[in-house]
Ligand binder design. Structure first.
Ligand code: GLV
Ligand code: GLV
Length: 325
Protein backbone atom coordinates (compact mmCIF):
# COMPACT_ATOMS: atom_id res chain seq x y z
CA UNK A 1 0.00 0.00 0.00
CA UNK A 2 1.38 3.40 -0.83
CA UNK A 3 0.89 6.29 1.51
CA UNK A 4 0.57 9.95 0.76
CA UNK A 5 3.00 11.84 2.97
CA UNK A 6 4.38 15.37 3.23
CA UNK A 7 7.47 16.59 5.03
CA UNK A 8 7.26 20.31 5.77
CA UNK A 9 11.01 20.91 5.65
CA UNK A 10 14.13 18.93 4.94
CA UNK A 11 15.48 17.10 8.00
CA UNK A 12 18.85 15.36 8.52
CA UNK A 13 19.58 11.72 7.65
CA UNK A 14 18.30 9.13 8.25
CA UNK A 15 14.92 10.94 8.36
CA UNK A 16 14.11 11.35 4.69
CA UNK A 17 15.38 7.94 3.50
CA UNK A 18 13.21 6.36 6.24
CA UNK A 19 10.19 8.37 5.13
CA UNK A 20 10.84 7.45 1.48
CA UNK A 21 10.99 3.79 2.41
CA UNK A 22 7.35 3.79 3.46
CA UNK A 23 6.22 6.62 1.19
CA UNK A 24 8.42 6.72 -1.94
CA UNK A 25 6.52 9.69 -3.38
CA UNK A 26 6.63 11.78 -0.20
CA UNK A 27 6.51 15.48 -0.95
CA UNK A 28 9.34 17.35 0.76
CA UNK A 29 9.51 21.15 1.03
CA UNK A 30 12.45 21.94 -1.29
CA UNK A 31 13.06 25.39 0.23
CA UNK A 32 15.29 26.07 3.21
CA UNK A 33 12.50 27.96 4.96
CA UNK A 34 9.21 27.46 6.77
CA UNK A 35 6.20 26.84 4.50
CA UNK A 36 3.73 29.73 4.26
CA UNK A 37 0.25 29.06 5.63
CA UNK A 38 -1.07 28.62 2.08
CA UNK A 39 1.70 26.20 1.18
CA UNK A 40 1.20 24.24 4.40
CA UNK A 41 -2.52 23.82 3.70
CA UNK A 42 -1.63 22.61 0.21
CA UNK A 43 1.14 20.25 1.39
CA UNK A 44 -1.11 18.44 3.89
CA UNK A 45 -4.04 18.02 1.46
CA UNK A 46 -5.02 14.35 1.12
CA UNK A 47 -2.08 13.16 3.25
CA UNK A 48 -2.12 9.97 5.30
CA UNK A 49 0.67 11.36 7.42
CA UNK A 50 2.72 14.53 7.81
CA UNK A 51 6.15 15.11 9.31
CA UNK A 52 6.03 18.68 10.62
CA UNK A 53 8.27 21.09 12.51
CA UNK A 54 7.84 23.24 15.61
CA UNK A 55 7.70 26.24 13.28
CA UNK A 56 4.47 24.96 11.63
CA UNK A 57 1.25 26.03 13.40
CA UNK A 58 -0.89 22.89 13.15
CA UNK A 59 -4.56 23.48 14.03
CA UNK A 60 -8.09 22.36 13.13
CA UNK A 61 -7.91 24.09 9.75
CA UNK A 62 -4.77 22.14 8.87
CA UNK A 63 -6.28 18.82 9.98
CA UNK A 64 -9.40 19.53 7.95
CA UNK A 65 -7.29 20.47 4.95
CA UNK A 66 -5.51 17.13 5.33
CA UNK A 67 -8.82 15.25 5.33
CA UNK A 68 -10.49 12.40 7.23
CA UNK A 69 -8.05 9.73 6.00
CA UNK A 70 -5.15 11.43 7.81
CA UNK A 71 -3.63 9.26 10.55
CA UNK A 72 -0.67 11.10 12.00
CA UNK A 73 1.28 14.34 12.37
CA UNK A 74 4.80 13.50 13.57
CA UNK A 75 6.42 16.61 15.09
CA UNK A 76 10.18 17.03 14.71
CA UNK A 77 10.62 18.43 18.27
CA UNK A 78 10.05 17.46 21.86
CA UNK A 79 7.81 20.52 22.36
CA UNK A 80 4.45 20.35 20.59
CA UNK A 81 2.85 23.64 21.61
CA UNK A 82 2.66 24.38 17.86
CA UNK A 83 -0.02 21.68 17.57
CA UNK A 84 -3.65 21.84 18.69
CA UNK A 85 -3.61 18.37 20.23
CA UNK A 86 -7.31 18.47 21.22
CA UNK A 87 -8.32 19.20 17.64
CA UNK A 88 -6.17 16.26 16.50
CA UNK A 89 -7.64 13.92 19.11
CA UNK A 90 -11.20 14.87 18.11
CA UNK A 91 -10.34 13.80 14.58
CA UNK A 92 -8.55 10.59 15.62
CA UNK A 93 -5.22 11.98 14.36
CA UNK A 94 -2.12 10.79 16.24
CA UNK A 95 0.45 13.34 17.38
CA UNK A 96 4.02 12.36 18.22
CA UNK A 97 7.16 14.18 19.43
CA UNK A 98 10.88 13.41 19.90
CA UNK A 99 11.59 13.26 23.64
CA UNK A 100 14.78 12.04 25.30
CA UNK A 101 17.32 12.34 22.48
CA UNK A 102 17.63 16.10 22.91
CA UNK A 103 17.66 16.18 26.70
CA UNK A 104 21.44 16.39 27.12
CA UNK A 105 22.02 18.66 24.13
CA UNK A 106 19.45 21.11 25.47
CA UNK A 107 20.75 20.90 29.05
CA UNK A 108 24.33 21.38 27.80
CA UNK A 109 23.22 24.40 25.83
CA UNK A 110 21.53 25.93 28.86
CA UNK A 111 24.93 25.66 30.58
CA UNK A 112 26.62 27.29 27.58
CA UNK A 113 24.21 30.20 27.92
CA UNK A 114 24.70 30.34 31.68
CA UNK A 115 28.48 30.50 31.38
CA UNK A 116 28.57 32.90 28.47
CA UNK A 117 26.08 35.22 30.15
CA UNK A 118 27.73 35.21 33.58
CA UNK A 119 31.27 35.53 32.21
CA UNK A 120 30.37 37.93 29.39
CA UNK A 121 31.98 35.76 26.75
CA UNK A 122 30.18 37.27 23.75
CA UNK A 123 30.90 40.87 24.76
CA UNK A 124 34.52 40.02 25.49
CA UNK A 125 34.90 38.24 22.17
CA UNK A 126 33.52 41.28 20.33
CA UNK A 127 35.92 43.54 22.23
CA UNK A 128 38.87 41.37 21.28
CA UNK A 129 37.91 41.21 17.61
CA UNK A 130 37.43 44.99 17.55
CA UNK A 131 41.09 45.35 18.55
CA UNK A 132 40.21 47.08 21.84
CA UNK A 133 42.35 44.93 24.14
CA UNK A 134 45.27 47.02 25.31
CA UNK A 135 46.30 44.93 28.27
CA UNK A 136 44.97 43.23 31.38
CA UNK A 137 42.80 45.38 33.62
CA UNK A 138 41.47 44.80 37.14
CA UNK A 139 38.00 46.08 36.22
CA UNK A 140 37.61 44.47 32.82
CA UNK A 141 34.52 42.35 32.14
CA UNK A 142 33.64 41.57 35.73
CA UNK A 143 30.88 38.99 35.85
CA UNK A 144 29.07 36.59 38.14
CA UNK A 145 30.47 33.68 40.14
CA UNK A 146 29.11 30.22 39.39
CA UNK A 147 30.73 27.71 41.74
CA UNK A 148 28.91 27.54 45.05
CA UNK A 149 26.01 29.72 43.90
CA UNK A 150 22.29 28.90 43.98
CA UNK A 151 20.68 27.39 40.91
CA UNK A 152 16.91 27.62 40.43
CA UNK A 153 15.24 25.13 38.10
CA UNK A 154 11.79 26.13 36.83
CA UNK A 155 10.32 22.83 35.62
CA UNK A 156 12.16 19.71 36.77
CA UNK A 157 11.21 17.37 33.92
CA UNK A 158 13.71 15.48 31.79
CA UNK A 159 15.65 18.54 30.62
CA UNK A 160 15.45 20.50 33.87
CA UNK A 161 16.68 17.44 35.76
CA UNK A 162 19.58 16.80 33.35
CA UNK A 163 20.55 20.49 33.55
CA UNK A 164 20.49 20.42 37.36
CA UNK A 165 22.50 17.19 37.61
CA UNK A 166 25.27 18.75 35.54
CA UNK A 167 25.74 21.36 38.31
CA UNK A 168 27.47 18.72 40.48
CA UNK A 169 30.97 19.84 39.52
CA UNK A 170 30.12 23.39 40.53
CA UNK A 171 28.95 22.55 44.00
CA UNK A 172 25.77 24.56 43.69
CA UNK A 173 22.77 24.75 45.96
CA UNK A 174 19.80 23.63 43.87
CA UNK A 175 16.20 24.81 44.23
CA UNK A 176 13.43 23.61 41.97
CA UNK A 177 9.87 24.54 41.20
CA UNK A 178 7.61 21.84 39.79
CA UNK A 179 4.17 20.41 40.39
CA UNK A 180 5.71 17.08 41.39
CA UNK A 181 8.47 16.12 43.73
CA UNK A 182 11.72 15.06 42.01
CA UNK A 183 13.36 12.32 44.08
CA UNK A 184 16.42 12.13 41.86
CA UNK A 185 17.25 15.81 42.35
CA UNK A 186 16.63 15.57 46.06
CA UNK A 187 18.77 12.46 46.60
CA UNK A 188 21.56 13.28 44.10
CA UNK A 189 21.90 16.99 44.82
CA UNK A 190 20.05 17.63 48.05
CA UNK A 191 17.81 19.89 45.96
CA UNK A 192 14.86 21.61 47.62
CA UNK A 193 11.37 21.94 46.12
CA UNK A 194 10.17 25.51 46.65
CA UNK A 195 7.42 27.80 45.40
CA UNK A 196 8.19 29.97 42.41
CA UNK A 197 8.48 33.22 44.39
CA UNK A 198 11.06 31.68 46.73
CA UNK A 199 12.99 30.31 43.77
CA UNK A 200 13.04 33.71 42.05
CA UNK A 201 14.12 35.48 45.25
CA UNK A 202 16.90 33.11 46.28
CA UNK A 203 18.47 31.92 43.03
CA UNK A 204 21.60 33.34 41.46
CA UNK A 205 20.69 31.58 38.22
CA UNK A 206 17.12 30.81 37.19
CA UNK A 207 16.82 28.34 34.30
CA UNK A 208 13.47 27.72 32.60
CA UNK A 209 12.56 24.17 31.51
CA UNK A 210 8.75 23.99 31.43
CA UNK A 211 6.67 23.06 28.40
CA UNK A 212 4.61 25.93 26.97
CA UNK A 213 0.93 25.64 27.92
CA UNK A 214 -1.81 28.12 28.82
CA UNK A 215 -0.66 27.79 32.45
CA UNK A 216 3.01 28.49 31.72
CA UNK A 217 2.49 31.42 29.32
CA UNK A 218 4.16 34.42 31.02
CA UNK A 219 4.87 32.28 34.07
CA UNK A 220 7.92 34.53 34.41
CA UNK A 221 6.30 37.95 34.27
CA UNK A 222 7.26 41.42 35.56
CA UNK A 223 6.28 40.45 39.09
CA UNK A 224 8.44 37.31 39.09
CA UNK A 225 11.38 39.10 37.45
CA UNK A 226 11.01 41.80 40.10
CA UNK A 227 11.69 39.21 42.79
CA UNK A 228 15.10 38.30 41.37
CA UNK A 229 18.34 39.58 42.89
CA UNK A 230 20.00 42.33 40.88
CA UNK A 231 23.01 40.01 40.65
CA UNK A 232 20.98 37.10 39.24
CA UNK A 233 20.68 35.74 35.70
CA UNK A 234 17.78 34.21 33.77
CA UNK A 235 18.32 31.40 31.25
CA UNK A 236 15.56 30.26 28.86
CA UNK A 237 15.96 27.25 26.59
CA UNK A 238 12.28 26.20 26.82
CA UNK A 239 9.83 28.37 24.88
CA UNK A 240 9.82 32.15 24.46
CA UNK A 241 6.28 32.89 25.70
CA UNK A 242 7.03 31.36 29.12
CA UNK A 243 8.85 34.65 29.81
CA UNK A 244 7.25 38.07 29.32
CA UNK A 245 9.92 39.36 26.95
CA UNK A 246 8.90 43.03 27.22
CA UNK A 247 9.17 42.82 31.02
CA UNK A 248 12.51 41.04 30.67
CA UNK A 249 13.88 43.80 28.43
CA UNK A 250 12.78 46.32 31.06
CA UNK A 251 14.58 44.32 33.78
CA UNK A 252 17.75 44.09 31.69
CA UNK A 253 17.69 47.80 30.80
CA UNK A 254 17.11 48.95 34.36
CA UNK A 255 19.70 46.52 35.70
CA UNK A 256 17.19 44.95 38.07
CA UNK A 257 18.70 41.61 36.97
CA UNK A 258 22.31 41.00 35.90
CA UNK A 259 21.66 39.32 32.58
CA UNK A 260 19.81 36.76 30.52
CA UNK A 261 20.77 33.89 28.22
CA UNK A 262 18.03 33.28 25.67
CA UNK A 263 17.64 30.54 23.10
CA UNK A 264 13.92 31.18 22.49
CA UNK A 265 11.77 34.25 21.93
CA UNK A 266 8.19 35.23 22.39
CA UNK A 267 7.48 36.06 18.74
CA UNK A 268 10.04 33.81 17.12
CA UNK A 269 11.86 34.49 14.88
CA UNK A 270 11.33 38.15 15.86
CA UNK A 271 12.72 39.76 19.01
CA UNK A 272 10.71 42.31 20.95
CA UNK A 273 12.01 45.85 20.31
CA UNK A 274 15.06 46.70 22.40
CA UNK A 275 16.26 43.18 23.18
CA UNK A 276 19.05 43.35 20.62
CA UNK A 277 20.41 46.45 22.41
CA UNK A 278 20.65 44.72 25.78
CA UNK A 279 24.37 44.18 26.35
CA UNK A 280 23.78 41.85 29.31
CA UNK A 281 21.78 39.40 27.22
CA UNK A 282 23.26 36.56 25.20
CA UNK A 283 20.79 35.77 22.44
CA UNK A 284 20.97 32.80 20.08
CA UNK A 285 18.51 31.48 17.46
CA UNK A 286 16.75 28.46 19.06
CA UNK A 287 19.70 26.10 18.71
CA UNK A 288 19.58 24.15 21.99
CA UNK A 289 19.09 20.77 20.26
CA UNK A 290 21.40 21.67 17.38
CA UNK A 291 24.07 19.00 17.62
CA UNK A 292 24.75 16.68 14.70
CA UNK A 293 23.90 13.54 16.69
CA UNK A 294 20.77 14.96 18.30
CA UNK A 295 19.23 16.35 15.14
CA UNK A 296 19.87 13.06 13.38
CA UNK A 297 18.28 11.08 16.24
CA UNK A 298 15.29 13.44 16.19
CA UNK A 299 14.92 12.75 12.46
CA UNK A 300 15.06 9.00 13.05
CA UNK A 301 12.46 9.22 15.83
CA UNK A 302 10.07 11.42 13.86
CA UNK A 303 10.33 9.09 10.85
CA UNK A 304 9.78 5.99 13.06
CA UNK A 305 6.74 7.60 14.63
CA UNK A 306 5.37 8.52 11.21
CA UNK A 307 5.96 5.01 9.87
CA UNK A 308 4.22 3.35 12.82
CA UNK A 309 1.27 5.71 12.57
CA UNK A 310 0.85 5.06 8.85
CA UNK A 311 0.91 1.30 9.41
CA UNK A 312 -1.78 1.55 12.08
CA UNK A 313 0.65 0.67 14.87
CA UNK A 314 1.09 2.66 18.07
CA UNK A 315 3.97 5.10 17.51
CA UNK A 316 6.70 4.99 20.18
CA UNK A 317 6.24 8.65 21.14
CA UNK A 318 2.51 9.14 20.99
CA UNK A 319 1.36 12.21 22.94
CA UNK A 320 -2.42 11.69 22.52
CA UNK A 321 -3.18 8.00 23.15
CA UNK A 322 -6.90 8.94 23.38
CA UNK A 323 -6.83 9.53 19.62
CA UNK A 324 -5.99 5.89 18.99
CA UNK A 325 -9.15 4.63 20.70
C1 GLV B 1 12.95 22.28 20.32
O1 GLV B 1 12.72 23.38 20.75
C2 GLV B 1 12.13 21.14 20.58
O2 GLV B 1 11.06 21.27 21.19
O3 GLV B 1 12.51 20.05 20.14
C1 GLV C 1 11.17 17.88 28.01
O1 GLV C 1 10.61 17.11 27.30
C2 GLV C 1 11.28 17.72 29.44
O2 GLV C 1 10.62 16.81 29.95
O3 GLV C 1 12.00 18.48 30.08
Amino acid sequence: MSYKVSVTREIPDPGLPMVKEIAPDARVNPHDRVLTREELLDYVKGCDGVLCLLTDPIDAEVFDAAGPQCKIFANYAVGYNNIDVDAATERGILITNTPGVLTDATADHAWALLFSTARRIVEADEYMRAGKFEGWGPMMFLGGDITGKTLGIVGAGRIGTAFALKSKGFNMKVLYYDLSRNDELESELGATKVDLDTLMEQSDYVSVHVALTDETTHLIDADKLGKMKSSAYLINTARGPVVDEVALIEALKSGSIAGAGLDVFEDEPEMKPGLADCKTAVIVPHIASATIWTRSKMAEMAASNLTAGLKGETPPNLVNPEAAK
